[in-house]
Design a protein around this ligand. Structure first.
Ligand SMILES: [Zn+2]
Length: 267
């Protein structure tokens, strides 16, 4: 009799634990689903007004872009130092993140928890070894792992009509993409099939050579190293695709392959 009670009690306990685990799993799932709520009307309006890349997409791609922006805003903390973060700031950070990965349906930034906005360049607040350029953005490493710092002034300028070939937000997210394989070295191994890495490096070194001789229209900062070359070339690719295609057809083609996108083509 007593062993029957023990068996019943154990069975009930096991059932209870199983029910709890199932419930827990369900409620975890619910949180995940909840995290991709649709974008508010204000965000949608801002996207339409401020993000040229988004304006060129067809309706289905716009819906997908919105979903990725919403997911980003709900999963990465965007904070301000000495400023109040508003909807436009959040939207432009998220758009900078989504644009470089839009060709890859499944890609998510794994090494990012916070984006910290500063009012302007922050070379006076941080010391960087051998860096004289005003810092407009950086991806943290070491104790700053998972953090991205961005100048809000540079972020806004990148999406304005005066941005030219520059977009600081895109630049920093391309560094993150590049570093996802463990090395921020201008060769994003997850995106670039092995056989294309050598031609990409060769082309990159030729162009760095031209930049150093003053024979290139690419921002000289690209000649700093391979990682900066990739980030600067990506800004040009997404901001002025037609111009890049015309002036640097081979580079354009390689970047189309790397990002799985063709921004100069009519959509
Ligand atoms: Zn950089």
């Amino acid at each position: 009799m007593s062993s029957f009670i023990i068996i019943t009690a154990v069975t009930l306990l096991a059932l209870g634990i199983a029910a709890f685990l199932i419930f827990k799993k369900r409620s975890h799932k619910a949180v995940v689903t909840q995290s991709s709520q649709p974008l508010t009307d204000n965000y949608q309006q801002l996207l339409q007004q401020q993000v040229a890349y988004y304006q060129k997409l067809d309706a289905a791609s716009q819906a997908r872009f919105q979903g990725l922006v919403a997911e980003f805003i709900q999963t990465v903390r965007i904070e301000g130092v000495g400023l109040e973060v508003d909807d436009l700031d959040r939207l432009l950070v998220a758009s900078s993140a989504v644009i470089p990965i839009f060709g890859y349906q499944e890609w998510r930034y794994k090494n990012l928890t916070n984006v910290i906005l500063y009012p302007d360049t922050f070379n006076n607040d941080f010391q960087f070894e051998g860096e004289s350029r005003n810092i407009m953005g950086m991806v943290g490493s070491g104790y700053m792992n998972g953090q991205m710092l961005l100048s809000r002034a540079a972020l806004l300028k990148g999406f304005s009509s005066q941005s030219g070939k520059q977009n600081t937000g895109i630049h920093e997210f391309v560094h993150l993409l590049d570093g996802a394989d463990g090395a921020t070295d201008g060769v994003p191994e997850y995106l670039l099939a092995h056989e294309y890495a050598q031609p990409w490096l060769r082309m990159m070194h030729q162009e760095i050579n031209r930049i150093e001789k003053g024979h290139s229209d690419i921002d000289p900062y690209a000649a700093t190293n391979e990682a900066e070359f990739l980030a600067v070339a990506a800004e040009y690719f997404f901001e002025k695709p037609e111009q890049l295609q015309q002036k640097h057809p081979e580079m354009y083609e390689q970047l189309c392959r790397l990002f799985a996108q063709n921004p100069a083509a009519d959509l």
